[in-house]
Design a protein around this ligand. Sequence first.
Ligand SMILES: Nc1ncnc2c1ncn2[C@@H]1O[C@H](COP(=O)(O)OP(=O)(O)OP(=O)(O)O)[C@@H](O)[C@H]1O
Ligand SMILES: [Mg+2]
Length: 374
Amino acid sequence: MAEVSLAGVSKIFEGGVRAVDRVDLSVPDRSFTVLVGPSGCGKSTLLRMIAGLEDISEGEMRIGGTRVNETPPRDRDIAMVFQNYALYPHMTVFDNMAFSLKMRRESSSEIAARVHEAAEMLGLEKLLDRRPKALSGGQRQRVAVGRAIVRQPKVFLFDEPLSNLDAKMRVQTRAELVRLHRRLNATMIYVTHDQAEAMTMGDQIVVLRDGRVQQIAPPLSVYDSPANAFVAGFIGSPPMNLLPCRLVARGDSFRLACTSEGGVAFETDLWDSARRAVGSFEDGRPVLLGIRPEDVRVSIPADGSPFVSVEASVDLVEQLGAEQFVTFRLGSSPMVARLQPDVAVRPDDRITFHLCLSKAVFFDQTTEEAIGPR
Ligand SMILES: Nc1ncnc2c1ncn2[C@@H]1O[C@H](COP(=O)(O)OP(=O)(O)OP(=O)(O)O)[C@@H](O)[C@H]1O
Ligand SMILES: [Mg+2]
């Protein structure tokens, strides 16, 4: 069992920087958990604490149920793969992969068997005699992963291992890592600032900001029900549209009103999920209405789901071939629609956009926390 659990774990660096702030986290045995967040949010620090490379300032960490706060890295049965690969330049691929096993004085037949098995998994068999400088970035990255695999650790830690690869290699290698996870059936914790990697690789995503956990959930839950406006803006590309609105009393029912600079942009009845989400509230409560770009359309939803229509001038059209992103403004709020590539639309066109509301979410305008049950 290699469950990793953190209770109230903090890292306070000299000078008082709280790089990691009271993190509670449970990484289930054999899960693929992704830590994601912007630069400086504490991802590497958290990972290094799990590896034992940084002391834990507060809280408790357990691996496989055992407290490891005081356990040195070599006794944690963990392998870490770094962004810069950290291969030994003067050693062959084989020796790089064999190094930790030699240090452990494994038999040479055992070492050869494990290295060849890992090399086969990673497509490195033909490269075993080369030195790192004779390898491409992607191949070096695979050697670094191979070096971790041969150790057969309980837990794999990856710190942005794909960030030195070009876009195509990244996509290919992230699929390989997911396959590897299935094959090895090991616990993996993977750090990235790339929301697409988090969405596609993780069983669970941990979103961090300023050292604090914002949300821990499976990718689609994070996408559909972000815990706060920060998560809504960070996960998903283009990010979720966040439109300032008010919940207003009209007779004995409530409506959602969006006022833009030019007056009322729209006012609409609350739809079922919205009524459940907001429950009871003060008249005039300011909220942020969150709508994904794919829920901003130019045709009315055919399934009868709720929507509200707005007319706006197009600011920007980004044609990507498979889809296009169309930017416009509602009052002072920028909005993005993800449209089919064949919709004819040009900058300055006046267009009626339909905001599909069935998947819309609300955030409190002050706290930016999601409103309602999630
Ligand atoms: N040794 C250190 N002493 C003091 N502050 C540190 C130290 N190491 C990191 N920090 C600070 O801790 C915070 C978190 O750093 P960390 O490297 O964990 O971020 P990160 O999320 O991995 O960022 P990136 O995506 O850029 O790699 C940052 O504000 C950083 O400046
Ligand atoms: Mg980092």
